[in-house]
Design a protein around this ligand. Structure first.
Ligand code: NDP
Ligand code: MG
Length: 385
């Protein structure tokens, strides 16, 4: 009989976290959720703990510790609190795979700890690779840990590359839906609101990544994520807008052949693939019929309308702490936009201003990334005032 694989889900109350729990529930003979973490969604974390019976849960917001502790008293679930507790819990011996489904910079420290402890990583938290891709890939060289991508585009690259020699890749073709403002004239972007930007045409995701999709920062981040995951330089990663979100990405090889991976825009698919590796998990869930998608279109992105795309390429070309600066400024800007404190076009302006203001470090250490993140947040916040 197969033994169950213990899965840690960091950010279990979010969009990816909840869908990962759906996959755990779909294959109860294969998976057990042994660690769940959340930031402030105490009620949902409690509900998940009572249903999935993990060994441990962590609530990052320490003010909610008593609430979670009392609700789970007598359940056998150990309750911990605080960011450091996530970093400590993730290295427990019984954990096999860590799904990094928290949002933003908060993913960095637990991912590093999990890699050092030799865990398999199913990586949704792309910001970790954006902030410190060089450090993470360096750690992987000496660790038995591996990263399986959860992001749908990177899951597509991974599937296209199975059985291929990476030396035969000439180009990665990264598809983008184009977000809610693909067809909105540039002049109108000055007045769009957070509510407008949160209406994504194809994907139902957390607020931060939905805004990143509207600015196309998300695609810039995915270009950087692909660079680190597959060792392909930024100038051989092409972004194309594909509004139907059916082709999840493509790889062009040296002989001119192009492979693509297709599927419905449903994150259960790439999560199921990442957790099923090295095999595939059979499912009865809804299938696409290609005849329902008779028209698939591809167009070049508009770098003038979405300046964060160009900024992402610039940060990738500079290397060092540049992408860490971009990520920090973007997190501050997106949070401010979601609070209606700044306009949509200010997001890119704030990122550009911060990238130009924070000192560049060519070979950052872990501490340099921590300091860069803090400094960039401070500079970005000063732009608002
Ligand atoms: P959500 O906002 O839906 O969920 C984020 C999760 O992280 C929640 O569980 C939240 O807890 C927790 N969290 C938030 N802040 C912190 C913090 N400071 N410390 C610890 N935990 C925290 O995000 P998504 O699920 O949409 O995205 C998660 C990651 O996956 C992101 O990096 C995103 O880019 C990536 N991704 C998402 C996709 C999607 O379809 N949603 C697709 C591809 C990648 P709480 O609920 O308590 O706030
Ligand atoms: Mg994606």
């Amino acid at each position: 009989m197969e033994t169950k694989r213990n899965i840690a889900i960091l950010g279990s109350t979010g969009s990816i976290g909840r869908q990962t729990l759906d996959i755990v529930a779909e294959y109860p003979h294969l998976f057990h959720a042994s660690l769940l973490t959340a930031h402030s969604s105490a009620e949902l974390l409690i509900e998940q703990a009572l249903r999935y019976r993990p060994e441990r849960v962590v609530i990052a917001n320490e003010r909610l510790y008593d609430t979670v502790k009392e609700a789970l008293a007598g359940s056998g679930v150990v309750v911990l609190a605080g960011h450091e507790a996530i970093v400590q819990a993730v290295v427990a011996d019984d954990i096999d795979t860590v799904v990094t489904a928290m949002v933003g910079y908060s993913g960095l420290a637990p991912t590093i700890a999990a890699i050092k402890a030799g865990k398999k990583i199913a990586l949704a938290n792309k910001e970790t690779l954006v902030v410190a891709g060089e450090l993470i890939t360096g750690l992987l060289v000496t660790s038995p840990s591996v990263i399986y991508p959860v992001d749908s585009e990177h899951g597509a690259f991974y599937q296209c590359l199975v059985g291929e020699d990476c030396g035969n890749v000439s180009k990665l073709i990264l598809t983008a839906s184009g977000g809610p403002f693909r067809a909105t004239p540039r002049e109108e972007l000055a007045t769009v609101t957070a509510a407008d930007a949160l209406r994504h045409p194809n994907w139902d995701m957390g607020a931060k990544i939905t805004i990143d999709s509207a600015t196309m920062m998300n695609k810039g981040f995915e270009m950087i994520e692909a660079k680190w995951l597959f060792g392909v330089p930024h100038d051989r990663i092409e972004i194309v807008v594909h509004p139907q979100s059916i082709v999840h990405s493509m790889v062009e090889f040296v002989d001119g052949s192009v492979k693509a991976q297709l599927g419905l825009p449903d994150m259960h698919l790439p999560i199921r693939y990442a957790l099923g590796l090295p095999g595939r998990l059979a499912t009865d869930s809804y299938r696409m019929s290609v005849t329902d998608y008779a028209t698939l279109t591809f167009e070049r992105p508009d770098f003038d309308k979405f300046p964060l795309l160009g900024i992402a390429y610039e940060a990738a070309a500079r290397g060092g702490n540049a992408a860490c600066i971009v990520n920090a400024a973007n997190e501050v800007a997106v949070a401010a936009f979601l609070r209606d404190e700044i306009g949509f076009l200010d997001i890119a302006r704030m990122v550009e201003f911060t990238l130009a203001s924070v000192p560049f470090i060519g070979n950052p250490s872990y501490d340099d990334y921590v300091n860069t993140n803090e400094e960039a947040r401070r500079v970005a916040a000063s732009y608002i005032k």
